[in-house]
Write a protein that binds this ligand. Structure first.
Ligand code: KIV
Ligand code: NA
Length: 280
């Protein structure tokens, strides 16, 4: 299996082969997504890192330095997937210069392939700037978690004609600015389908229905790693890792407390009797 490239993503789009994307925040996860037995096209170090791995209340408190720390670990374990990293809140909005400086840090220090930027037409000049200096940009439209306060929560976007027109206009502006691909988050299926059919770049959906060119899910959502009663409608639980982990830790605890672990011979080191006698 070859390394995913922008050209191979475009080829998947043309041939109608769905593109698979999963988030990762550390080295072992990156290894899994790179493994030949479950090959994934693209690994995303999403700023969902804030909640999933760092226990922060939202993505807006994640810093660029924290993102670089995790992106480095993911990069060390990534082979074939195209490696994309979210630019955190506040790390690209201030100016084109700030965005370029911080995107260069991500490329240089973490060794990632591309950056993802949340936002609409207002960030098109920033997308153009990064693209012009050779840093591929993935756009992200629809629900923008970095703006959850301004949007009054995490809600489906583009349900009315004004919202749909705004998202479509944003998508066109971002494609025009040079984005190589686009995440579409939490929009009605017909809008995501229309966007996919009328854009020239691959669309990657999350909560955007089955007609986008690819799908992305958060690692912790698809594996169920974390206690959570709330399951967003668009999440499917492909495994219950949380209960598997809890069972294993409970078994370990019991074994230590009842002294059945470690086994005296199979799980312990021995010493020659003569050496032991000299020691004594
Ligand atoms: O941060 C993230 O995990 C994301 C994906 C859900 C697209 O942006
Ligand atoms: Na994100």
């Amino acid at each position: 299996r070859k390394k995913t490239t922008i050209a191979s993503l475009l080829a998947s789009r043309s041939s109608g082969t769905p593109i698979t994307v999963v988030t990762a925040y550390d080295y072992p996860t990156a290894l899994t997504l790179s493994s030949s037995s479950c090959p994934i096209d693209m690994t995303l170090v999403g700023d969902s890192l804030a909640q999933t791995a760092l226990g922060l209340p939202s993505t807006t408190s994640l810093t660029l330095d924290e993102m670089i720390h995790h992106a480095k670990a993911v990069a060390r374990g990534t082979t074939t997937p195209f490696l994309v990293v979210d630019m955190p809140f506040g790390s690209f909005h201030i100016s084109e210069e700030q965005a370029a400086r911080n995107a260069c840090r991500l490329v240089q220090e973490a060794g990632i392939d591309a950056v993802k930027l949340e936002g609409g037409r207002e960030i098109a000049p920033i997308v153009r700037k990064l693209t012009s200096i050779g840093i591929p940009v993935m756009a992200h439209v629809g629900l923008l978690p970095q703006r959850h306060v301004a949007m009054s929560g995490y809600r489906v976007q583009g349900k009315d004609v004004a919202g749909a027109e705004r998202i479509w206009g944003d998508a066109l502006a971002l494609q025009e600015a040079g984005a190589f691909s686009m995440v579409i988050e939490a929009v009605p299926t017909p809008l995501a389908k229309y966007m996919t059919e009328n854009l020239d770049i691959p669309t990657i959906g999350i909560g955007a229905g089955p007609y986008t060119n690819g799908q992305v899910l958060v690692w912790d959502d698809l594996l169920t790693t974390t206690p959570s009663d709330h399951k967003p409608k668009f999440v499917r639980r492909f495994a219950d890792v949380r209960s598997l982990r809890e069972k294993a830790i409970a078994a370990y605890s019991t074994a230590v407390k009842d002294r059945s672990f470690p086994h005296e011979i199979d799980e312990s080191y021995k010493m020659d009797k003569s050496e032991w006698e000299k020691f004594m």
